[in-house]
Design a protein around this ligand. Sequence first.
Ligand SMILES: [Zn+2]
Length: 248
Amino acid sequence: MISEFFKSLDLAQTILIIVSLCYIPVLIWTIVAGLRVQSVFSKYNKIPSLNRYNSSRAARMILDSCGLYDIPVKDCSGSLSDHYDPKTKCIYLSASTKDSISVAAIAVAAHEAGHAIQHSENYFFLKIRNMSVPVVNFSSMIAFPLIIIAIILEAVMGVTQISNTVLLLGIIFYSVYLLFLFITLPVEFNASKRALKLMVENNIINESELKPAKKVLNAAAMTYLSSFVFSLLQLLRFLAIFLSNRRR
Ligand SMILES: [Zn+2]
């Protein structure tokens, strides 16, 4: 009975059912991941590391151990806004991170140092990611307006060749943005992997402190993963609309 029901569905209907089933759980996952990164950081930010290096010092030690003496560690505004800027070749640590001696803050600083090392080594996925930034900025800016225009055209004039072409263009630009989110995943996971290894190798934290450091970095990685999956569902939804319009 159920198998007959699924056999009777076309591709657009199958995609829509999958998207509908996954949408709410993935939305909740995305929200929880965003909240969790804050709560995990605050929890482990209260625990000082045994060797008591602050995170600015930790980032400096990691960079120096890789010969990256020319990459400065500077301050930036905001909370958990720590980042590595490939344009200025500089690590920026936020007020909540830079002077903290907690395992959480050190892990964040080491992760940013991981990005600087990826850059210096021409790490494949970071290179592709940096190269695609201008195209992605344009694509993400134009994708949603095109999709909204297509929906308005459909509502006013019904499904036409024009509304479907505008929708297809929106889907193509949205796919470029999604590809960027996908390339970001190995970049983030790899920076965390490097951070964990280099923190121990440089005696900044010891092996017993790896678990909380991992938890902080994994919580941050989950936000990237969940927003990628959520955006993938959005793309599939638009694709299903496009496919069912074409049948009309
Ligand atoms: Zn990162």
